[in-house]
Every structure is written in structure tokens, then in C-alpha cells.
Write a protein that binds this ligand. Structure first.
Ligand code: FES
Length: 130
């Protein structure tokens, strides 16, 4: 299987790996077929809804590590709001990595789902009681 240089780079040197102990939102997703699991944590500015920090932990294949690393890079320091971050699709993540082999596209779905789950978690915890 041929991986792009960017995939190999993010696999070998994953960015933003780790935990945010006081995370505002946590998304934990898995793929039941391969058994891979990804956890994405975000820190959100409650006034502006901008994601100020993001970290991940992935127990999974190399493409899952590379896509989760890339999705955090697409957000960290970019000043994206929650709504803007929701527009990041797995295709955009794969494109940013210069593509993934077709059998590995599902790994990028975990990155999209993990991010969405973290945002949903934040929103659930911060629902205003009207
Ligand atoms: Fe499961 Fe890549 S093989 S996420």
C-alpha cells in the first residue's frame, strides 16, 4: 500500500497527541469492524465558541493516527468556531494529507466523527436551560 509523504509524516510525528485534563468536550468514537478507537478533546472559548485547543489519542492503524493528527492541525490556532469546525469533512482531512488509499478512507471518517462527537459533547454540557 502506498501512503503519501504527508501521511507518513503525521504517522511518524503525530501533532497534538495527548490529553486535555479539563477538556470542555470529549468525543470517543470507534470502528467496530477494525476495532480502532479515537478520542478527541477540545477546549472552547464560551464567549466566542472558538476552539482554542485540541488534542487526540488514537488506538488504531497508521491512517487513523495520521488523520486524527491532521484534523487537530486543521483546527489548532486557526480560530475556527464550532460551526466552522463542523464543516471539516473526512474528505477534506484526506485531501490535506494528499489522499489516502481507498481501503483507508474509513479511517478518516473516524477523525470527522471524533471531532463532531467532541463538539456535540460540548454543546450538550453547555445547553442553556431556558
Ligand atoms: Fe480502522 Fe484504520 S483500519 S481506522
Amino acid at each position: 500500500m502506498i501512503y503519501s509523504d504527508k501521511v507518513m509524516d503525521h504517522f511518524n510525528n503525530p501533532r497534538n497527541i495527548g490529553e486535555i485534563p479539563d477538556a470542555d468536550g470529549v468525543g470517543l468514537v470507534g470502528n467496530p469492524v477494525c476495532g480502532d478507537v479515537m478520542k478527541i478533546m477540545i477546549k472552547v472559548n464560551k464567549e466566542t465558541e472558538i476552539i482554542e485547543d485540541i488534542k487526540f489519542k488514537t488506538f488504531g492503524c497508521g491512517a487513523a493516527v495520521a488523520t486524527s493528527s491532521m484534523v487537530t492541525e486543521m483546527i489548532k490556532g486557526k480560530g475556527l468556531t464550532l460551526d466552522e469546525a463542523l464543516k471539516i469533512s473526512n474528505k477534506k482531512v484526506a485531501e490535506a494529507l494528499d489522499g489516502l488509499p481507498p481501503v483507508k478512507m474509513h479511517c478518516s471518517v473516524l477523525a470527522e466523527e471524533g471531532l463532531k462527537a467532541a463538539i456535540e459533547d460540548y454543546r450538550k454540557k453547555n445547553e442553556k436551560n431556558i
